[in-house]
Design a protein. Sequence first.
Length: 420
Amino acid sequence: MPPHVSLVRQKRSLPFWISALLVSFFFFQDGVRACQCMGPGPTPCQAIGPHSAVFLGVVDAIETPSFLGFLKAAKVRSPNSFRDQYRKYSDEVTVVFSVEEWFSGQPQKTARLHINKFLGACGYEYQPGDLFFHKGQQYLVYAGEKNGVLATNHCSKTRHAPDKNDAEIESLRRLSRLTSSIVTGTYVLPSAGGPDAPVVGASVTIASSAGQRFTTKTDAAGGFTFSGLPPAKYEVQLDTPPGYVVDWAPSSGAGWRTSADRELVVYPSACHDVGYRALPNGRISGVATSARGKLTEPIAIRIWPAHHVDAIENSWWAQYHSGPTGVIQIGPLLPGSYVMGTYLYPADFKERSRDMNYLEHFVPQAWFYPGTTDPAKAKPITVGFAQQVSGIRFVVPLASVNVPSRKHLRSHTKPAAGPN
């Protein structure tokens, strides 16, 4: 029987055995997807805002879905099978908190937090039947809020918090009592193999459409602060060293080193923590095409350090997209050698992806420049400091070269990935 599913009847009646058979049909254990959290989570300053909920609370109750509830909620006419519907339904848990202290969001005496159990989807059941949250214990919760519904996942900084006066909680208290808005940030030059280098003495300017303009300088650690800011939407401007450009989000696909967005929205009495990085203006450009000519639609292009083959396992790593005509523009890039590739999908992938079992076990096929499925045969592209490497022609098949059989797919435990 699945964990946390309650069948109320004790007498072994016909409905009980029908339910038991259905439960045994629905419950199955497949390969576990990987939960990949990007970054250490928000700082206390980043967590304070109008769309977040941060609070200290004690768990009063944990509400788990019942099988009877599923039978009432299940849809007969659904593209998903009953088994898939049940797995999704039984994965959702509500943790009810008695709130001790509210730091961000709309204060409530009782908070209902929606979570998932499945660890592969960044849920909170680290061992079967052993949920992270326990009744009567105190937690510091970082959650998102939308239409009054609070939700969080394993990648937030939510944690067990027996000491209500630890340093992080004290910082949240101070920030929650701000009477005006402040912006704190850092400006650095990333390194391929070492720590970031601070940009010292650089001008940082923010300007609003109403003509408000504020400027400060970075300190010895690359840090800067604006205080007493009127609420507004600002554009950030940064001085850059020769040969460098700011890696603005979301234009770059290299999410692990991307700066904050160029647009900065300052809310009333809020704290904003931002980080900016300037990279050497090295770039790779060219065209992605097929043996028959132009591609029918833009494709996702990935790029990995040539010496970091294990990063190929992460299909989200450094993703860009070709233009409508197949044009490739990748950068800015640190000096080094890179392997470029994409992922191939069978021609019927969109149709077959409606099957959750297929989707969870599907492993896209990597295809590397200049044209191989073997990463060892990929041709590295070397980029010097601020060098523009052009003329790359990447010929991509229109579908998988070798579509794995369904039996072969079941032997993998890699995460599913979308075609883009």
